[in-house]
Design a protein around this ligand. Structure first.
Ligand code: SF4
Length: 375
């Protein structure tokens, strides 16, 4: 079987004030046992099937928080046992405060060819407000590290909509990151306020940018991407030509993947499953020799079709009518209104490049709106 692999390492130095991902702060004593469990979970998945990996993504949490010894240990437990296809993409997520050149050298020696850094902002005041444990100075130091030349691609993530953020401060963040040739990819996510996070609880007290400022920020984003040679290939993702993230494109196109670790998801057609969302429960289930699945669902043709439309409208490659029908068995025209698609085309949101309906630059701004209308 061919698929992608995601490995979730849910450990962080501290908890960012907007974060609702599953991760624990300051619990480094749990890491070694967790790595054993993840390697065991891989054995459970591959006991009866041999797997060739088209991409690997180590995410979190903060994977770079692991020590050199833990990375070496994890390498011998898991990575030495993986079979990757030629030219497979292999990404590790890093945060500036726990990144070291020594770890990066080890990653490169293991075969990692892509690093992605959680930067979020280059304004120290915004970083402090968001509870990020790094400074802009540390980011500049990391991005200047000669070892980065050993990777095929380096990516950065930024957030817009942070308290106190202005048009100028966001434009400055983009400028400081995007003019660097070493940066080949960036993701820009709008801050989501989630109940239960400090930002969610104190939303009325914090100076979040107003709706019209956010619209201007999105405009600045598009202009900066063009100026520095990045192309928007998905609503939140931009890359220099040829440096799109293949692993994420696989998710958006319903390619199969195995997720290892607590709270990780897997999709092996037609089943999607979710692992247990708690480290102790996850580890003990795996130690019993059982896959740590908390929930599993069978994706019906109609569910798959709706997702293909929703995700297709968020990507510049769009929705391929022929691929849609081949994958779902449902004629494309019976699932969506062609009249509505034609209206979106007339309004400049979509273009039709047979057999694909592709969102324009303007259409990417209205991807979710179009999906809602179509359903
Ligand atoms: S580093 Fe990432 S995963 Fe960890 S708390 Fe911050 S946003 Fe969440």
């Amino acid at each position: 079987m061919r698929c992608s692999l995601y490995v979730h390492l849910p450990f962080c130095r501290s908890k960012c004030r907007y974060c609702d991902f599953y991760s624990v702060a300051d619990r480094e004593e749990l890491i070694d046992g967790y790595l054993d469990a993840v390697a065991r979970e891989w054995e459970l998945h591959t006991e009866r099937t041999s797997v060739e990996l088209t991409s690997v993504y180590i995410g979190g949490g903060t994977p770079s928080l692991l020590s050199m010894a833990q990375w070496e240990y994890f390498g011998s437990l898991l990575f030495d046992k993986l079979t990757l296809v030629n030219d497979a993409e292999w990404t590790v997520e890093c945060n500036p405060e726990s990144f070291t050149e020594e770890k990066a050298r080890l990653f490169a020696d293991m075969g990692v060819n892509r690093l992605t850094f959680g930067i979020q902002s280059m304004q120290d005041r915004e970083l402090v407000t968001a509870g990020r444990p790094h400074t802009s100075h540390e980011v500049l130091k990391v991005l200047a590290a000669p070892v980065l030349r050993r990777f095929r691609s380096v990516a950065v993530d930024v957030i817009y909509g942070l308290p106190g953020q202005t048009l100028d401060s966001f434009a400055d963040t983009l400028r400081q990151l995007l003019y660097k040739p070493v940066v080949r990819h960036f993701s820009a996510y709008e801050l989501t306020l989630v109940e239960g996070t400090p930002f969610g609880r104190h939303r009325s007290l914090l100076p979040f940018p107003a709706e019209d400022e956010l619209e201007e920020i999105v405009h600045v984003l598009g202009t900066a991407a063009d100026r520095y040679g990045f192309r928007q290939y998905e609503v939140s993702n931009y890359a220099r030509m040829g440096y799109e993230c293949r692993h994420n494109i696989g998710y958006w196109n319903h390619s199969p993947y195995i997720g290892l670790g607590c709270a990780a998801h897997s999709y092996l057609h037609p089943y999607r499953s979710w692992n247990i969302t708690d480290i102790a429960g996850y580890c003990s289930r795996v130690r019993e020799g059982l896959l740590p699945v908390e929930r599993r669902e069978k994706l019906s043709a109609e569910m798959a079709g709706r997702e293909m439309i929703f995700l297709g409208l968020r990507q510049r490659t769009g929705i391929d009518e022929e691929r849609f029908t081949a994958a779902t068995g449902i004629p494309f025209a019976s699932m969506v209104s062609k009249t509505l698609l034609e209206r979106f085309r007339a309004d400049g949101y979509l273009e039709f490049d047979s057999p694909c309906w592709k969102p324009t630059k303007k259409g990417l701004l209205f991807a979710d709106f179009m999906a809602r209308e179509l359903f």
